[in-house]
Design a protein around this ligand. Structure first.
Ligand code: SAH
Length: 225
């Protein structure tokens, strides 16, 4: 899989994708993540990619031309499954969406800034609009990092134990069961006996039971589906 991220703040994302599991996924050749500086696609002598909004509104708007040039340059090289725009009024990101996107070959993620991007880009070039929650960030970089991370971590081989990604919260519409490690007794705070029993089938049953109970209590909305 290949993910191309278009941003005015490449340094913000380079650090993120150069750490931990995201870095390892790239080293292992399971994903290619390319970060593009939108300012490289403008002819403006000050490398500006924003301009005043029509209508006299407050704030600045990202211009069409550099974004179109960058997207078209990428599309000339390969076919993209989706051209994603991160935006608070997009479809809310969730695990099923991450699962679907993880099957893609090539994705573009465009990060907005300022008041957003010229709406014509959304009408003509964007195929999917994603929000990471009902709050407004200063830019799309954190959203792009969240989307790419959730998508990449479920690509087979990225997390060493495939099962571990499948038993996380929201897979099967259930929250994960609690997890524990040594010591089994910390100043009287004890690990549930069943986990120390070595009885695999009973432990699996306990895990499912815990998942169901925690989902009923904390996120009953998930069980409606
Ligand atoms: N004026 C816009 C907000 C702009 S915030 C509005 O009211 O909808 C600047 C940029 O940050 C956006 O273009 C988007 O790319 C990003 N952003 C902010 N909040 C986000 C969220 N919840 N999810 C995804 N992207 C977000």
């Amino acid at each position: 899989m290949r993910i191309d991220i278009i941003t005015v703040l490449p340094e913000m994302l380079e650090g993120f994708f150069n750490c931990s599991i995201m870095k390892r996924a790239q080293t292992k050749g399971l994903v290619e993540i390319k970060i593009h500086n939108l300012r490289d696609y403008t002819d403006d002598k000050y490398r500006r990619v924003d301009d005043y909004p029509f209508g006299g509104f407050a704030g600045m708007v990202m211009k069409i031309e550099p974004i179109e040039r960058c997207i078209k340059a990428l599309q000339a090289e390969r076919e993209y499954d989706e051209v994603i725009f991160t935006t608070p009024d997009g479809e809310q990101f969730n695990q099923p969406m991450a699962n679907t996107l993880s099957l893609a070959q090539n994705l573009i993620i465009l990060c907005g800034h300022f008041k957003g991007i010229d709406y014509r880009i959304r009408e003509h070039l964007i195929t999917k609009e994603i929000s990471i929650g009902d709050y407004v960030l200063t830019g799309g970089e954190i959203a792009a990092a969240a989307i790419a991370d959730a998508v990449v971590r479920i690509i087979p081989g990225v997390i060493s134990d495939d099962q571990s990604a499948l038993s996380d919260s929201f897979q099967d519409n259930l929250l994960a069961a609690p997890v524990y490690t040594r010591p089994a007794d910390y100043k009287g705070w004890k690990v549930p006996d069943i986990l120390l029993s070595g009885h695999e089938a009973k432990i699996k049953e306990w895990e499912l039971q815990q998942s169901i109970e925690r989902t009923k209590k904390l996120r009953p909305d998930l069980l409606k589906d």
